[in-house]
Design a protein around this ligand. Structure first.
Ligand code: SF4
Ligand code: SF4
Length: 147
């Protein structure tokens, strides 16, 4: 048979539980290290493996990308759009290189597939925006973070 115990007078007031809760709050407030960061003055260090804003590696303003089309092929979100062109020296390059930020899931597969180490994901995490943004080639070539 199920025995139902009636709570005592003190328990019915919840006084002990309230004091215990307040003690935990005060203990954390007074003695524990604060975890809140004063962004943007203070910034959190993310792991080196963090995948943030994309960038295209460029040397002297010339992108490493040879428009081989591997990254749009492996991209599961189909958010990379490249239009290939040819330079005077017959080298292929991306005339247009766009990434739809809203479709991208930051999986990093484009980075892994690239044979030229051209498309990378930086540690830049400030990417909030009010409108749907398509990152274009010139913008992507300016982003690096600390990589
Ligand atoms: S990170 Fe993933 S989803 Fe985003 S562009 Fe690269 S392959 Fe596509
Ligand atoms: S970024 Fe890399 S994988 Fe993508 S088209 Fe350029 S060279 Fe090919």
């Amino acid at each position: 048979m199920l025995a139902i115990r009636k709570p005592g007078f003190l328990n019915r007031l919840y006084l002990i539980e309230i004091i215990r809760g307040l003690w935990i709050t005060m203990k954390n407030f007074l003695f524990h290290k604060k975890v809140t960061l004063q962004f943007p003055e203070q910034r959190r260090d993310y792991s080196g493996r963090y995948r943030g804003q994309h960038y295209i590696k460029a040397v002297n303003g010339v992108e490493n990308c040879t428009a081989c089309m591997l990254c749009p092929t492996v991209c599961p979100a189909e958010c990379i759009h490249i239009v290939a062109g040819e330079r005077d020296d017959k080298e292929k390059y991306p005339v247009k290189f766009e990434i739809d930020s809203l479709r991208c899931c930051f999986c990093g597969m484009c980075e892994e597939a690239c044979p030229k180490d051209a498309i990378k994901l930086s540690n830049i995490y400030e990417m909030s925006q009010q409108n749907r943004t398509v990152y274009e080639k010139d913008f992507l070539m300016e982003q690096r973070g600390n990589k």
